[in-house]
Design a protein around this ligand. Structure first.
Ligand SMILES: [Fe+2]
Length: 414
């Protein structure tokens, strides 16, 4: 796939990413228009090998790698540390847990300062990349993460964090190209999305070979999360022409390749399509925000530790059915992007056809279809509805739900 440079006159169906130089036979450098996203991406098998050169370009001789313990044990992570040592010294901070806490980020910041780190490399899933962004800030200003425990207030960063390189090992959250860092505040028990342009990474290395290190279940959850990002972004009330272009582009890459990417870890072409599709969905949703599915997924994770992608995979068809009439023409566009034949159908019929297609896709890759399957308790439904309702994603949803709607949807999904 080769894409042309962005431009305002391009029709919606053309999906522009400014491709820069070809770095090698397999790796491309991708730069986005500056106003859209400042992260420079290197994509292709072996892209992780770019890290040492980029760190040298940044003038970073002391580098801290941020990851979880599982990823720290991967040969790819060890090779990354070894290659970065060529520039100077490397410290590995491998204490990132699923859903990183303010305490972990503060500890990472202390480790980075004690070590004298000049750059941060985050490798792993969304949690490690989110933690890396916070640690890059915390390294410069001790106590920064804690100081951002202000729900409803904008994130403040009035200094320059350490430069960051992010290397995803899953294709889902797109944290590598978003300005978001999701942090659990241990004392107040809040899960907040910090967001600031200074949290953007400098570089993202998309290496599809890393996706084959995950289990099929993780690839399913991440891929369905990415598909949910693209679908919710496309129908968001805050969508723009640009975010819609990106969302459709992402759907075209994700939908036809998801089954293969889950089933065949060695199929690098499928892994790369899904990895780039997830990243491009990130370009879209970081501007448009999301919708009812993400709002309803949050309490499943907060109360019952259902992984984020699993919660989205489960709830996506229910949320889409709720939106079916309000977003019918937009769902028809998505159906087309998925390659579904919709000629002769009304927009409403096309929307229903799309929802059935999404359900089949989920079933094909082992997504759960009922909350009862993933350990959610029915008695918690009123609480979950109450927790989901204030989510900012609700305001972006094409149809505004009330409490009764959320309770009904959760009950249906139970
Ligand atoms: Fe998500």
């Amino acid at each position: 796939m080769r894409l042309a440079q962005a431009g305002p006159a391009l029709p919606v169906r053309f999906l522009p990413v400014k491709r820069g130089s070809v770095v090698s036979d397999s790796i491309e450098r991708i730069d986005f228009p500056e106003h859209e996203n400042p992260v420079t991406v290197f994509s292709g098998p072996g892209a992780i090998g770019q890290a040492a050169g980029l760190l040298a370009d940044l003038g970073a001789q002391r580098v801290m790698i941020v990851c979880g313990q599982t990823v720290a044990g991967l040969p790819a992570a060890k090779a990354l540390a070894d290659s970065a040592k060529a520039n100077g010294a490397v410290r590995v901070f491998d204490q990132v847990e699923p859903d990183p806490s303010d305490v972990t980020c503060a500890a990472g910041g202390t480790a980075a300062r004690d070590f004298g780190a000049e750059a941060i490399v985050g490798i792993g899933g969304g949690s490690s990349m989110d933690a890396a962004k916070a640690i890059a800030a915390e390294a410069i200003q001790a106590g920064w993460t804690q100081s951002q425990d202000n729900p409803g207030q904008p994130t403040e960063v009035d200094f320059e964090p350490l430069p960051t390189i992010l290397i995803p090992t899953t294709a889902g959250t797109a944290s590598e190209v978003t300005p978001f860092s999701v942090i659990i505040y241990t004392e107040t028990k809040r899960k907040l999305v910090l967001s600031h342009p200074k949290l953007y990474a400098k570089y993202a290395l998309l290496d599809p070979e890393l996706l084959s290190t995950c289990s099929p279940q993780v690839r399913m959850a991440a891929g369905m999360d990415a598909l949910t990002h693209a679908i919710e972004s496309y129908v968001s009330k805050q969508a723009t022409e640009q975010t819609r272009r990106r969302a459709l582009e992402a759907i075209r890459m994700l939908a036809p390749h998801l089954v293969r990417a889950v089933e065949a870890p060695g199929d690098m072409a499928a892994q790369q399509q899904v990895q780039e599709g997830a990243m491009i969905a990130g370009l879209a949703f970081s501007k448009s925000r999301l919708g009812i599915v993400h709002a309803m997924a949050l309490p499943l994770s907060a109360l019952f530790q259902v992984p984020h992608g699993v919660a989205n995979a489960l709830l996506l068809p229910y949320g889409m059915r709720f939106n079916a009439e309000a977003a019918a023409p937009l769902y028809a566009d998505i159906a087309e992007a998925c390659g579904i034949e919709i000629s002769g159908l009304t927009a409403s019929q096309a929307a229903i056809t799309l929802i059935e297609h999404v359900e089949q896709l989920g079933r094909a890759i082992g997504a759960p279809t009922r909350m009862a399957e993933v350990g959610v308790e029915e008695a918690a439904i009123p609480q979950m509805a109450q927790d989901a309702m204030p989510s900012a994603h609700i305001a972006c949803n094409p149809r505004t739900p009330g409490m009764d709607d959320l309770i009904e949807l959760y009950t249906e999904a139970y």
